[in-house]
Design a binder for this molecule. Structure first.
Ligand SMILES: C[C@H](NC(=O)[C@@H](N)CCCCN)C(=O)O
Length: 554
């Protein structure tokens, strides 16, 4: 390398620095995805220790997207990102997530119980004029005070996490454009999925630590991780600043945001098809994720897990997690290997470890370790499918196949799994197979959907386009956790009455719901997504949008 080359080399020209930046951004998203679902695997404990019935749980979970949707925070986040740039918005989003998460944590602590704040929340925020009439309030009369306060924290966290999502995507484009961009995006998404698996496994471990149940310990674990996420964003800030000093450009000045950009995006038919498919598909996945562990608890018979010592309770869980990391590592490695034989060798190793993982989950017999396999498969194959879209295309077809698998899985959970309630082995096997297929669907759709957006809108307005899609998607992510909770309570009237009259204990009630109706509702979303996928394929062929074309043309 000559002296001139050295002078012109920027941080982003060094592969090591580029991937370090990706690691910082992806690890921050990993932490935020852990917090996002931290209460999901302990719905039963929220009911038995904090009195959150399914409606309270669903309303609290749905509140994550409330400000984004109804106060248009996501649109403002897009504007802030376009005006202030990636590094400022990254730190802002990290700080917002941390503030929201801390409020959420305080709401579920013992200190909140019996406090003046609890009394205030019990007597107030029962009714929000305007919102209640429309049936879209994040609170309702009789909602436990802890759930109301937790919902406020989760709303603030939701603003931060979605802002972080669009910021990280734009950051990846800034550092990887013209290089390994699809692989970087796939790897970031894969690490986020690993975050979901992590919280499914570790949230119950923290809540039950030492045999004493304390749900606030799980949330505290998430808060600590969000602090680490903020530190990651701060380190990123300095690297990004250095890059701008080296290149002499400031992307926010090169590409200023204009309100008319929003109009341009909204007038694109292809954009609307993708946005609607996105809201339908993700509404059947993320809200389901919040109830899946409880759905398995209600449909399968699990052996009692000893709770007398930490190691007796958690050795298998920890081993399972280690195997998961090896599977994820093998998948990442296979993407970097140039030789196909090495790639398939690593994938075979990952498959063998995955089988051991499933077997351990079966031996351990707990709903959260069974469901933990769901994000794991997405971790393994999302980058590989992203690579496939880059080189072979077929994104519209993959969207259709992913939606079809989604329908199949929800219908299996609704009608086949309950038939195996008294068959411990058969039930767990059906559950594993269905979860694995659902994981494959959750790889097919994201890996093909997000890289399709740049084909539909101009590169200049891609940040705003992602913000708008996230906004449309957030409407579904707000509505469906809430609807699932309401439908559960409405279709389990006997159980709700028995619980109210003290015929059954909250512990028994928490694992006795019939999930058929909410699962059929989610399957209907999948059918609608499939229809849209078909229309998108037809429109793509007619208008030549290029969705079936590879991103990289030889
Ligand atoms: C990349 C994509 N992310 C999203 O869709 C975000 N809006 C996260 C939504 C999570 C809400 N609980 C993805 O994860 O596939």
């Amino acid at each position: 390398m000559t002296t001139t080359d050295k002078i012109h080399q920027t941080l982003r020209d060094s592969a090591g620095m580029r991937w370090l930046v990706l690691l910082l951004l992806a690890f921050a998203m990993f932490c935020s995805y852990i917090f996002m679902d931290i209460l999901s695997p302990i719905k039963d404990l929220m009911q038995s220790t904090r009195g959150w019935d399914s409606t309270a749980f669903g309303t609290m979970q749905g509140s994550e997207t409330f400000l984004n949707v109804f106060v248009f925070f996501l649109i403002f986040a897009g504007i802030i990102l376009d005006k202030m740039g990636v590094r400022f918005t990254a730190i802002l989003s990290g700080a917002v997530m941390l503030v929201g998460a801390t409020i959420n944590w305080y709401a579920v602590t013992d200190a909140f119980q019996g406090s003046g704040l609890q009394t205030w929340f019990t007597n107030n925020l029962n009714y929000i004029p305007g919102f209640d009439e429309l049936g879209i309030s994040p609170f309702y009369r009789g909602m436990p005070a802890s759930a109301k306060f937790a919902a406020i924290g989760f709303m603030i966290f939701g603003c931060g996490v979605e802002m972080a999502g669009i910021t990280v995507s734009r950051g990846i484009v800034k550092w990887f454009k013209g290089r390994e961009m699809a692989l970087a995006m796939g790897s970031e998404m894969a690490l986020a999925r690993l975050g979901v698996a992590t919280c499914m496994i570790f949230s119950p471990v923290f809540a039950k630590l030492g045999g004493v149940i304390d749900v606030s310990r799980s949330v505290a674990f998430g808060v600590v991780l969000l602090l680490i996420a903020l530190i990651m964003f701060i380190v990123y800030f300095f690297m990004d600043k250095k890059l701008d000093e080296q290149t002499g450009e400031a992307e926010e000045k090169d590409d200023p945001f204009k309100i008319s950009d929003l109009g341009t995006i909204l007038s694109s038919g292809g954009f609307w098809l993708v946005a609607l498919l996105c809201v339908l598909y993700y509404s059947a996945i993320f809200p389901f994720q919040k109830y899946a562990v409880n759905m398995l608890q209600c449909n399968l018979v699990f052996k009692e897990v000893p709770t007398d010592s930490f190691w007796a309770t958690n050795t298998v869980t920890i081993l399972q997690y280690c195997i998961m990391l090896v599977v994820a590592g093998a998948s990442f490695a296979s993407n970097f290997m140039k030789k196909a034989s090495m790639k398939y060798g690593l994938l075979t190793l990952a498959g063998v470890l995955l089988t051991v993982f499933c077997y351990m989950g079966y031996m351990r017999q707990s709903a959260e370790t069974v469901f933990a396999v769901f994000p794991l498969l997405a971790v393994g194959i999302t980058p590989i499918l992203g690579n496939y879209v880059d080189h072979k295309g077929k994104a519209a077809s993959m969207l259709m196949i992913g939606s079809m698998l989604l329908v199949l899985c929800h219908l299996t959970f609704a009608f086949v799994l309950p038939e195996f309630r008294d068959n411990a082995v058969g039930g767990v096997v059906i559950a594993y197979l269905t979860i694995l297929v659902l994981g494959a669907s959750f790889s097919l759709v994201p890996a093909s959907l997000w890289p399709s957006v740049p084909k539909l809108v101009d590169a200049k307005i891609i940040g705003s386009a992602y913000a708008l899609i996230f906004w449309v998607q957030n409407i579904g992510l707000w509505l469906f956790p809430l609807l699932i909770g309401k439908v559960l309570d409405k279709t389990n009237t006997q159980l709700v009455a028995d619980l109210k009259n003290g015929v059954i204990t909250p512990e028994e009630a928490a694992v006795s719901y019939d999930y058929t109706a909410p699962l059929v509702m989610l399957a209907c979303l999948g059918v609608a997504a499939l229809v849209l996928g078909f229309i998108l394929k037809v429109v793509d062929k007619k208008k030549g949008l290029g969705l079936e074309e590879p991103n990289i043309k030889a």
